[in-house]
Design a protein around this ligand. Structure first.
Ligand SMILES: Cc1ncc(COP(=O)(O)O)c(C=O)c1O
Length: 417
């Protein structure tokens, strides 16, 4: 089928030149079709160059030396915090942006530094049935430690949150609402601002997991009124090993650190210690220096293209994938129907073919997708499926590549017929 890439708002062929890995072949000379972007996106030259420049020109520890290299590294690392704060709409600059290892560590930071102290018997943590394990397991275990209860907002048959149920659950006993912004399985875009209002009406806090939102749509944490908002660098054209935690300044100020050591202290004697300013109070030990600086480059890269346009392009590819896959008999696609606001991914199953077998056949066609439970075992249990296949798209993917996916699925269907 002929595809009309010209309808995309992006010059994808030009952008693909920024990602050398996309030129490689897999297996016996099959062009790579990379559709595993919800797991990790590819890294453009501009970001790799920022890492190279750091190591070739000013590799040094931060905040520890008065020599020039340390000063240059410190300034670049601090500025990266300001840049990422700005990227997600935080006006408090670096004080509201903590660098972590990833979204998971950001969840754990808040669960330990806030949850352990604030939660107790009689308190409720409200999650959703579509939470990633990063949020679900973390709050579940912190609730066990503190005696709090965990409640789950139902997901309906279309893969959307049952907001009537949310209204029933969020009440005077709610202390924390933790919700995924865009589901990594269903693609559902959750009404996080509405949920924030609900939480705040009851004086509860809201944590938003933005791992699948920050890479591909404009995010404004202040417009959402999120108390905490987390994301991962490796899902937004940045490097692995770095993520961000936005937190409202007054909350971060009130919280105790959850890791101790160097860098996070102000003054120490044999009896006690006091803490450094934000955000360093939450970045114990040598922090993620090169990764943080490279994440700055990733934010610049995405902003230069335009998050609105990236989002529009993802919709353009996703819609096509959804339509083409729907034409295959025996395919079941999960999540909201076409026409709804959806993240750039399609999760599905092919009748009679296990997700892992399908994934393996797709690999023969050069198509990299993800098969499994996508770190959402409870959601898969609810949907009564052992696993699913997920194709997830990014700014460099094309409708023509979707054809390779469709061809691979058709082949699997014939093999297992
Ligand atoms: C919605 C969501 N939350 C959290 C995570 C965890 O991200 P990380 O592994 O970078 O901590 C992911 C990663 O797949 C995700 O999709």
């Amino acid at each position: 089928m002929a595809t009309q890439e010209s309808e995309s708002p992006l010059d994808v062929q030009r952008l693909r030149e920024d990602f050398p890995v996309l030129e490689r072949e897999v297996g016996e000379g099959t062009p790579l079709v990379y559709f595993d972007n919800a797991a990790t996106t590819q890294t453009p030259k501009q970001v790799v160059e920022a890492i190279t420049e750091y190591y070739y020109e000013y590799n040094s520890n931060v905040h520890r030396g008065i020599h020039q290299l340390s000063q240059e590294a410190s300034v670049a690392y601090e500025e990266a915090h300001d840049r990422l704060a700005e990227f997600v709409g935080a006006s408090g600059e670096r004080e509201e942006m903590v660098f972590t290892k990833n979204t998971t560590e950001a969840e754990n930071l808040v669960a330990y530094a806030w949850g352990l102290n604030e939660l107790g018997e009689g308190d409720e943590v409200v999650l959703t049935e579509m939470e990633h394990h990063a949020s679900l397991v973390t709050w579940q275990q912190i609730a066990k430690k503190t005696g709090a209860d965990v409640r789950y907002i139902r997901v309906d048959d279309e893969g959307k949150l049952d907001m009537e149920h949310a209204k029933e659950l969020v009440g005077p006993d709610t202390a924390m609402v933790s919700v995924v912004h865009v589901s990594n399985v269903l693609g559902t875009v959750n009404p996080v601002s509405e949920l924030a209002d609900m939480a705040h009406e009851h004086d509860a806090r809201i944590f938003v997991d933005g791992a699948q939102a920050v890479p591909n749509r404009p995010v404004d944490v202040e417009a959402i009124d999120a108390d905490f908002y987390a994301f991962s660098g490796h899902k937004m054209a940045g490097p692995t090993g770095v993520g961000g935690l936005y937190g409202k300044k007054h909350l971060l100020e009130e919280m105790e650190p959850y890791q101790y050591g160097g860098e996070m202290i102000r003054k120490v004697d044999f009896e006690d210690a006091t803490w450094n300013d934000l955000p360093w109070k939450f970045e114990a030990g040598t922090p993620v220096i090169s990764q943080g600086i490279a994440l700055h480059a990733a934010a610049d890269y995405l902003d230069e293209i335009g998050l609105d346009r990236i989002s529009e392009h993802e919709e353009y590819v996703t819609e096509y994938a959804y339509e083409r896959l729907s034409e295959i008999e025996g395919i079941e696609i999960y999540g909201p129907p076409l026409g709804e606001d959806r993240g750039g991914l399609v999760s599905f199953n092919l009748d009679g073919v296990h997700a892992h077998d399908l994934s393996s056949i797709l690999n023969d066609y050069g198509v990299a997708i993800r098969a499994g439970d996508h770190c959402t075992q409870p959601l898969h249990q609810k949907m009564d499926i052992p696993a699913s296949v997920r194709a997830s798209f990014y700014l460099y993917n094309t409708r023509a590549e979707v054809e390779a996916l469709v061809e691979g699925v058709e082949a699997a269907k014939n093999i297992f017929a």
